[in-house]
Design a protein around this ligand. Structure first.
Ligand SMILES: [Zn+2]
Length: 233
């Protein structure tokens, strides 16, 4: 059962999964500072990126972090580049210089993704129009996946019709419009995830299967195919 985007908490003791470990196949998110872990745990799948909230105001610090992303991106168990993206939610709480760099940092991730031939994982809040514009201008040759989709059917359709993949998580359980988007989504363009929420991936698959009047096993099969297809270019 693939969980395409999952976080670990990092305490003094080391990484602790945010959601109960169900032995599922999960792509674990790492920050540039945590990137070394991908080398230490070659059997675990990871994504590595500089989150739009975490962009440092200091440009040397940013360059160092992006160098760590670029270097780690080549490891075979690093399966996705990101999460990177555009997010205006915490604009007031971020240094202006850092906020203004979101698009440049996204472009750097997109360049790395092209270079290592791996999909880009996107974190987008509100700034969907801009991301779609960037996608259409760049015409990436690797897949782009919008994670944590929490909006409705119309935006979902805009994304998938443009060629992006959309990953759904806990919003399926508590947002009717997102459940509706999931119900209507092109099954060849979707993934499921737990993100940083305290939910079990089997619960997400069960809800997702119920909404689409299918079985968990069938959904698993289709999503596994989507995942394999990401690297089939
Ligand atoms: Zn995340």
């Amino acid at each position: 059962m693939l969980d395409i985007h999952r976080h670990w908490h990092f305490s003094g003791e080391g990484p602790v999964p945010c959601s109960p470990d169900t032995g599922s196949r999960a792509v674990i998110q790492l920050t540039p500072e945590q990137a070394k872990l991908a080398e230490d745990l070659p059997g675990q799948m990871f994504s590595v990126g500089l989150h739009p909230w975490d962009i440092p105001a200091d440009s040397d610090a940013m360059r160092r972090q992006m160098a760590a992303v670029a270097q780690t991106a080549r490891l075979p168990n690093v399966r996705l580049i990101g999460e990177a993206g555009l997010d205006s939610l915490k604009k007031d709480r971020m240094p202006e210089a850092a906020y203004d760099r979101q698009a440049a940092v996204l472009a750097q991730h997109a360049d790395i993704a092209e270079k290592v031939r791996k999909p880009l994982l996107l974190h987008i809040v509100r700034r969907y129009g801009e991301v779609l514009q960037i996608y259409r201008m760049r015409r990436p040759t690797v897949p782009w996946i919008v994670h944590g989709f929490g909006r409705g059917p119309e935006l979902m359709r805009q994304l998938t019709e443009a060629g992006l993949y959309v990953s759904f998580g806990a919003a399926l359980l508590d947002r009717p419009q997102t459940a509706e988007a999931w119900a209507e989504a092109d099954i060849r363009r979707v993934f499921l995830e737990t993100d940083d929420r305290d939910v079990d991936i089997p619960d997400i698959y069960e809800a997702a299967a119920r909404i689409r009047h299918t079985t968990v096993a069938e959904l698993q099969r289709l999503i596994d195919l989507n995942f394999a297809g990401l690297y089939d270019m």
